[in-house]
Design a protein around this ligand. Structure first.
Ligand code: ADP
Ligand code: MG
Length: 255
């Protein structure tokens, strides 16, 4: 079983979009997938089929010692097991942060309780890095997918925080998301990102696609609704990259 954290230094970079899409594409390839929403925004469930934001989830266990962190696990239509974050008030969010500060190994221990086959994968959605949640996710992960929009502001955060992220996880790979080749400025920012990434592999570049949020709004997937689009091709490429990195499927499952 491997753990992958989807992290970014910029807000709205596409972490939740990519975590959810990867979860489904890997499940369709026959992988057993557990998706953890470790972001107080609590949005991963919306991608995985919940009509309303899950009221309870991981957060409950951070503020209530009698609660088990996976009590509120759901199974999506496509067989992805996922644990929502749960809605939190400002005070509850502060209490969660305090608990994570006092227990830096909290997420690692929780993931240690997950029983998946060798070929299984745990995907973690996170709030913007740096945050306690993203830091714990990076430390618990075998692989960090660092989502970078080719925008100047996002590039600044990337440069500032990449060293700490690399210290937290030995295998960090870049996913450029919202690529728009028509915007000349993006070419300069991509060159800056490449220089700052100092040899880190780029797992995939994913193009900007207006139909992507529209598909989500209809409760569908861009890879089904616009399978010929560049973004769908890119998303399959990312799933292929991760699938090739994961241990091979067991013979019984692959058969
Ligand atoms: N490649 C893309 N093309 C177009 N829209 C995208 C793309 N990736 C993400 N989005 C949209 O950008 C918004 C923010 O994405 P989200 O995954 O919620 O970001 P984060 O979790 O990093 O805050 C969403 O509306 C999402 O549908
Ligand atoms: Mg998100």
């Amino acid at each position: 079983m491997k753990t992958i954290a989807v992290i970014s230094m910029a807000g709205g970079a596409g972490r939740t979009t990519l975590a959810a899409t990867l979860a489904v594409l890997l499940a369709r390839r026959g992988r057993e997938v557990v998706a953890l929403d470790f972001d107080p925004q609590n949005m991963l469930g919306a991608w995985l089929g919940l009509d309303t934001l899950a009221p309870r989830g991981i957060a409950k266990a951070l503020t209530d010692a009698s609660e088990t962190w996976h009590t509120h696990t759901w199974r999506s239509d496509e067989g992805v097991l996922f644990v929502p974050h749960g809605n939190v008030t400002l005070d509850e969010a502060a209490a969660c942060d305090a608990h994570l500060a006092a227990h830096p190994q909290w997420l690692e221990r929780a993931i240690g309780e997950i029983a998946l086959p060798e070929s299984g994968v745990v995907l973690i959605d996170t709030p913007r890095y740096p945050s306690r949640q993203a830091q714990q996710a990076a430390r618990a992960a075998d692989l960090v997918l660092c989502v970078c929009p080719p925008e100047p502001a996002a590039c600044g955060g990337f440069v500032a925080h990449l060293p700490a992220l690399r210290e937290a996880c030995a295998d960090v790979r870049i996913v450029v998301n919202r690529l728009n080749p028509a915007r000349e400025m993006q070419r300069d920012v991509l060159a800056m990102l490449r220089a700052a990434a100092a040899g880190l592999p780029v797992a995939q570049r994913i193009h900007m696609e207006a139909a992507l949020p529209e598909a989500f709004a209809r409760g569908g997937w861009i890879v089904d609704e616009a399978p010929q689009s560049q973004a769908s091709h890119d998303l399959h490429g990312l799933a292929e990259h991760v699938d090739a990195w994961l241990p091979a499927l067991e013979a019984s499952l692959a058969a």
